[in-house]
Design a protein around this ligand. Sequence first.
Ligand code: SF4
Length: 427
Amino acid sequence: MAAYVRPRVVLYNPKAVFHTMPLALVALGSMLDRRRFEVVIIDGRFEPDAARRVVAEARGAVCVGVTVLTGAPIHDALAVSRAVKAAHPHVGAGRSVEGCAGTVTRAGTAAPRPLRDLNALPPHDYSLIAVERYFGAKNKRQLDYVSSQGCRFRCAFCADPAVFARGWTGLGPNRMGEEIADLALRYRVDEIAFQDETFFTHPARVAEFCDELRRRRVRVRWTATLRADQACRMGEPLLRTAIDAGLSRVMIGVEAGSQATLDRLKKDLRLEQVLAAAELCARHRLGAIFNFIVGFPDEPESSIEATLALAKRLRRMHEAFETPIFYYRPYPGNPLADEASNQGYVFPQTLEAWADFDYVGQSGPWVTARRRREVERFKFYVRHAWKPGRWRWPLRTAARWRCEHDWYGLPLEKSLVELVKRPQQVS
Ligand code: SF4
């Protein structure tokens, strides 16, 4: 009797400057019955000739799937997809995904795929990827992990409300504890990076998860997203419990320093909550990244000023606080992008144009060149003004003086540093 040859499924993650593990592909591969299918995940970030490798693996495969984030990675996704199409125009089982819930094809958009209880899905099989290579690229034994899907909030610039219809589903704390204990041991993990949109949605889940880690004697650091209002609601004792269970850094989307802009963004957040959350983190020496965005359509100068002032205020509260500032780029599928489009903003019309539409280093037409230059200088000096490190003191002293005096003219230090280390240009 002839041996059963498992049909191959090839999944590709395009080149990008970040080294987050391709969890979407791992999730897909984990869903497939490995006795029936062979799953090959290829990551362009580790392949000298990714197109050649994908084309070779695609020979005889039933399916080739490519995941992609917005911006520059689309270039590589297109190149690899085209190479596969050219080499294997008939790859696949010959069936269309048309009508499959949650898909968009040239024929149209199918019904949305409802959220499923994550607990009913199999655990992610990390043996599908070369975990050690990611550790090497990140220069730390940091494992990416996702414990929930969706978000209950309604921010007007975000795609999540449209994609998940403000739904949320999460793994139970027992399963999280069990999986993380196993992964931490198996891969000798130092840190778990939770990639959840809103990790702290249910305080009771967080509390039980911390108990699970303690009960299983799991000693790993972990990082997660936190909304400032959630930090206020969950209260100090639970935050302390999470820190004792390994929480080492949170990422808080603040977006703006003006209450009027926050309201316009439907952030459902008060500036007082941002400050209260920051004080809580500082008191417990918890690292925090507070993300900001400037340059919303018709954003008043006073709003941008308020954002820069808040970013500086937070940055100086604790040396372990960071305050990255991005420029608003409209991505479709939300009220703010619709508003921009109604006002005449033209979105990219081709995939190549979308590949050149990057959220790193680019700003929209609502930021003048002068304002952009000022923001770039501000970002540089605020970052260095409170940066610890013995050998950084000359730059730190100069940067702090500038921040204290709000003077960012003649940025010699910035020019010198950027001569040595060019800032990141694209994602
Ligand atoms: S920005 Fe964050 S909190 Fe707001 S809707 Fe998107 S995922 Fe939710």
